[in-house]
Design a binder for this molecule. Sequence first.
Ligand code: FCB
Length: 482
Amino acid sequence: MTAVRTETKAEPAADTSFPPGFVWGAATAAYQVEGAAAEDGRTPSIWDTYSHTPGKVCNGDTGDIAADHYHRYRDDVALMKDLGLGAYRFSISWSRVQPTGRGPAVERGLDFYRRLTDELLEAGITPVATLYHWDLPQELEDAGGWPQRDTARRFADYAEIMGRALGDRVGLWTTLNEPWCSAFLGYGSGVHAPGRTDPVATLRAAHHLNLGHGLAVGALRTTLPASAQTSLTLNLHQVRPLTDSPEDAEAARRIDAVGNRIFTGPVLDGAYPEDLIADTAHLVDWAELVHDGDLEEISRPIDVLGVNYYAPTVVSAGDGTGTKNDGHGASEHSPWTGSDHVDFHLANDQLTAMNWAIDPSGLHTLLTGLAASHPQLPLMVTENGAAFDDYVSPEGRVNDPQRIAYLHAHLDAVRRAVADGADVRGYFLWSLLDNFEWSYGYSKRFGAVYVDYSTQRRIPKESAHWYAEVIRRNALPAAGQE
Ligand code: FCB
């Protein structure tokens, strides 16, 4: 009898690689890192005013100095090069280049961004510019801010200035970062600048942000070479009903409308959703707010949609007392205009230092959902990351295994989304550096690089070294190889 040869076939190693050409980056925003708040002609933005208002920001922190990126950008670019970053997503401080929000630009302000982008290009790093990461020139807020239609036109003029100044060196442009936060946290719950708490102003701001986006895409198109790409970055809420009751499904529908479709509707599909209009009809007259031609402007084609993801949004029907768990900061005023009775819950009890639940499946669901609803639209994860209570060890190292685990799990979710057909072109870690985390000030550290604010010394955390290795291999470490 011949012995039966049993073949122990090893399971093929799971593919952990990303598509060739996948863009690996890190992100920051002007007010969070630049500092130099009153240098070279810069005037206050709404975040300068807000952070200098007692009681608004944790520990009274401000962005006056921040990570001093304005003066240290050369060293920071060298750090990025060491990490092997392919791209750097930064934002432009509007009041640095156009101090009153109108009229001619200040050359000294533009020069900073010329120097920064030159330095990046020289280091072989692709600059990705965001025009608006929440820092409206204070003068424009004094004239009414985003609830005023004119602010959208001012934004388009500023976009044109920037397109002319940097169009020869920046190939990917983002108009707005997370307009949901600008409108709903800035004018609704008031936990962001300018700190207003007015539901009508909130919805008006949302429409004018959409309009500003569309007009800015148009303005950029008149100044940029045809090869340049335009985009918008949204913090899409991955909304989940707590139970499968019809009431919780209704809560999820409402939050999806006012959290997501208020932007994706007009921008990607050319119309505000009917259910959103119905939910908010007691607050605004949409027929009066939305002028003829607005939706055509807003739905101008974009080349890429940026997606920022941190945690899912779990909701139930309720009385609004659970709003405190929505992850957007405590306020007596709900940001969920027209749906402020909805309650919010944590998806699980594995939390970051922001008290945000760690749930990478939400990122996979978001990306594959967008791929299904808008199959022709390329996607980029423009922010993802986590704050933990980092500290420097006596040996001078910052050991952050929780951040490595977070990044690994979320990058794996991106990789799986790509395998499932989503056209995801890149990933930007939030953030390159520890920085001014809005109302939380410097108390929350999101950086891959630790910043000692007393000396401005930078120390790449263990996660930065881990990320550098992922970039080098264009792949995640296989199981057991970490
Ligand atoms: C996003 C912001 C970014 C940073 C992260 C943690 O909502 O775009 O500036 O604050 O959250």
